[in-house]
Ligand binder design. Structure first.
Ligand code: HEM
Length: 190
């Protein structure tokens, strides 16, 4: 599949999601940050739960290794927020491998920006040793390797003619993520 096309065609979607979160703002305070973590928990949990439920067997170990919902839960717990928040956004449809991969591209790609966010919140909120921001540290020093492996998996598993399905699904996932973070989304379930 054409990774460059995926990146180019979703660049504007990335910019608008970036604009939907205050995480890199100079004056970011703890209350805004914790609210952001709480909102993120809903969309990350929704995606990880759905992906695990529908992914083929061969993809399961990779999904398990990339899980970040527990990191968000422990960051929230560090700030004194406990208990499971079960509000979830309605996710875009994922009824085949290319559409699952399109949304996975969005979630995995966020580990790249996460490295920058981790450094920013560490300094802005005086955090240390990953406490309260382990989600953004994510795969840490393995981030580059894991991103490369994900891209190789996309190239290997998705034929060129399915590139547009991946792009469409990535766009839909960026949109769901951004809208949810802005609190403008209908809530799934309760
Ligand atoms: C303030 C928030 C964000 C910032 C500053 C940011 C920044 C970045 C940067 C600098 C990269 C390129 C990193 C590199 O090539 O090493 C990147 C890549 C990426 N980010 Fe973000 N990001 C943010 C939020 C997000 C969010 C919330 C998502 C998903 C919901 C996301 C999805 C992606 C994706 C998919 C890529 C990979 C693009 C590609 O190379 O194909 N980002 N981000």
């Amino acid at each position: 599949m054409d990774l460059q096309k995926l990146k180019t065609e979703t660049a504007a979607d990335h910019r608008s999601v970036e604009g939907a979160v205050p995480l890199m703002h100079e004056g970011l305070d703890r209350a805004q940050y914790v609210q952001c973590l709480q909102q993120m928990y809903g969309v990350v949990a929704a995606w990880e739960e759905r992906a695990a439920a529908i992914a083929p067997e061969w993809l399961q170990p990779s999904l398990a290794a990339r899980q970040r919902k527990p990191l968000l839960a422990s960051d929230l717990a560090w700030f004194g927020v406990t208990g499971n928040d079960d509000r979830r956004p309605t996710l875009p449809e994922m009824n085949n491998l290319p559409s699952l991969f399109g949304s996975m591209y969005v979630m995995e790609g966020s580990t790249l920006g996460g490295q920058y966010i981790a450094r920013h919140v560490e300094a802005a909120l005086l955090l240390r040793e990953g406490q309260g921001y382990s989600y953004f540290r994510g795969h840490g020093s393995q981030t580059g390797r894991m991103w490369k492996e994900f891209c190789e998996m996309l190239e290997l598993r998705v034929p060129d003619e399915d590139t547009d399905v991946v792009v469409g699904s990535a766009k839909a996932m960026f949109c769901t993520f951004g809208t949810w973070m802005q609190g403008k989304v209908a809530i799934d379930g309760k």
